[in-house]
Design a protein around this ligand. Structure first.
Ligand code: UDX
Ligand code: UDX
Length: 463
């Protein structure tokens, strides 16, 4: 107990997930005078964070955890004690899309989040700053405040919003070299004082002008809007990719030409089989639900189209495979190269691969899935559908005797394969459907493949 007295401040984070873990590790690294503790109800997860094999893979994270753990970074399941001792509590429990009742499939499921608020009230004996790190619907802080005030025993809680903007695979760099940090607080003396305390944390490593402070509601809503804008760019280019396929325009050339306008920029306009990941769809649907609940039907419909376009793009990809393979893929082996929602992660949440596999199975194809990191998750996603699915780590083996390859994830591993060898081992005519425009299409065509990119003219050997 004694050593705790030497720390300037006690920071607690409830939720040791993709967000809580890396964020707190970086705070501990950059603020050695603060004690940072991460707690979670999941004992196994905490055990892993305390072991040599931390539960999530992010470049650079392992060494930061090793450097700080046991010094000023701690992982524990003792949530109640953690709350008691904390000055600042970050809440980063998960907020999935609701699967039941009112708003099912759209609204956020706030049950964990609300339970956490109650636990905080019950265990607090001193004033605290509560920071929403989880992505939440706008005006959630209001509900949080009501819960915190309801059990009031003279304790002051100041609720702030500090959304995360981490992308998987670059979480540590996104924290260390953040474009911006956003902190929302009430524009009251108490709110501004609390805001300054959170600013002070990030100011340990970021220039002050990158730390944006706003009112609470702007901060909450900015997170949803940021993800909606990013996803909207992808849906926009994907919509254009369909038009390119009809007109012999080339979507990569268009993306380059359009993105060269500095007002537009080059990022997030790569055509694909559709975006995946745990956030984009969830956050947009959340935005849609909120807009609709305020009666803003046009606003809701506008954003909902971003998700609809994404569904269309996934569907279009499968349709193309079936159509080009002479309208029948029953009994044909199709190798899926990639299953993760993007490269450099084993995460498959909302991956387009799940939809694609299911549709191919509906058509009675045999789907051979190869992915450097995501096969374990693929097995979980496709549980109960194993009839017709093969999980094959070696892409050469996956492609052996296949009629087609579909590139689903942009792993660089797939770029460097020996496609001559692969072509020889496949059934003819051999097809490649490049859902990420990852490969050298002309080279593949020379080898003999019939190549179907996204948003570009196919290169075929048919008359
Ligand atoms: C985060 C954010 O919290 C979410 O709002 C955002 O949209 C996506 O990223 P993430 O860190 O990815 O979620 O979630 P996850 O990896 O599932 O971690 C959440 C952790 O909270 C889990 O380890 C879970 O056990 C823990 N938890 C959940 C609690 O400790 N208490 C609870 O009551 C519920
Ligand atoms: C996203 C946001 O980028 C991050 O700021 C937020 O905090 C969480 O959600 P993440 O889901 O990890 O991060 O992945 P991201 O890199 O944004 O990719 C999302 C999906 O879009 C992936 O399936 C990716 O393949 C796809 N994508 C991305 C495209 O299809 N085209 C692009 O140009 C960019």
């Amino acid at each position: 107990m004694e050593y705790r007295m030497t720390f300037k401040k006690n920071i607690l984070c409830i939720g040791a997930g993709y967000v809580g873990g890396p964020t707190m590790a970086v705070i501990a690294l950059k603020c050695p005078e603060y004690r940072v503790e991460v707690v979670d109800i999941n004992e196994e997860r905490i055990r892993q964070w305390n072991s040599d094999h931390i539960p999530i893979y992010e470049p650079g994270l392992d060494s930061i955890v090793r450097e700080t753990r046991g010094k000023n970074l701690f992982f524990s399941t003792d949530i109640n004690k953690g709350i008691q001792e904390a000055d600042i509590i970050f809440v980063s429990v998960n907020t999935p899309t609701k699967t039941f009742g009112e708003g099912a499939g759209m609204a956020s499921d706030l049950q964990y989040w609300e339970k956490t608020a109650h636990t905080i009230v019950e265990n607090s004996t001193s004033n605290k700053i509560i920071v929403e790190k989880s992505t939440l619907p706008v005006r959630t802080a209001e509900a949080m405040e009501r819960i915190l005030k309801a059990g009031n025993r003279g304790i002051r809680f100041e609720v702030l919003s500090n959304p995360e903007f981490l992308a998987e695979g670059s979480a540590v760099m996104d924290l260390l070299e953040a474009d911006r940090v956003l902190i929302g607080a009430h524009r009251t003396p108490g709110g501004l004082r609390a805001e300054q305390e959170i600013v002070d944390i990030y100011a340990h490593w970021l220039p002050r002008e990158k730390i944006i402070t706003t009112n609470l509601w702007s901060s909450e809503l900015s997170k949803l809007v940021a993800n909606a804008f990013l996803a909207q760019r992808i849906s926009s280019i994907n919509a254009v990719s369909a038009l390119c396929e009809k007109t012999d325009a080339d979507v990569s050339e268009i993306a380059y030409a359009v993105g060269s306008d500095s007002r537009i920029g080059h990022k997030f306009i790569n055509a694909s089989i559709g975006f995946g990941g745990s956030c984009f769809k969830k956050d947009i649907l959340n935005l849609v639900y909120i807009s609709r609940s305020y009666g803003l039907l046009e606003v809701a419909d506008y954003w909902e189209m971003v998700v609809s376009m994404n569904e269309y793009q996934k569907h279009r990809f499968v349709q193309k495979i079936v159509k080009e393979m002479f309208n029948t893929i029953a009994g044909k082996k199709i190798a899926l190269f990639g299953f993760a929602f993007k490269a450099n992660t084993g995460d498959t949440r909302e991956s387009a691969a799940i939809y694609i596999t299911k549709q191919l199975l509906e058509e009675h194809a045999i789907v051979a899935i190869s992915d450097p990191k995501a096969l374990d998750n693929a097995k979980i996603d496709l549980k109960g559908m194993d009839n017709g699915v093969l999980y094959i780590p070696d892409p050469y083996e996956a492609a052996n005797d296949a009629y087609a390859i579909a590139i689903v994830t942009e792993w660089s591993d797939f770029k460097n394969l020996d496609y001559e060898r692969i072509f020889k081992s496949m059934k003819k005519p051999a097809f490649i459907f490049d859902g990420r425009n990852l490969l050298d299409h002309h080279k593949l065509s020379e080898i003999g493949f019939n190549v179907y990119p996204i948003g570009k003219t196919p290169l075929t050997h048919f008359d």
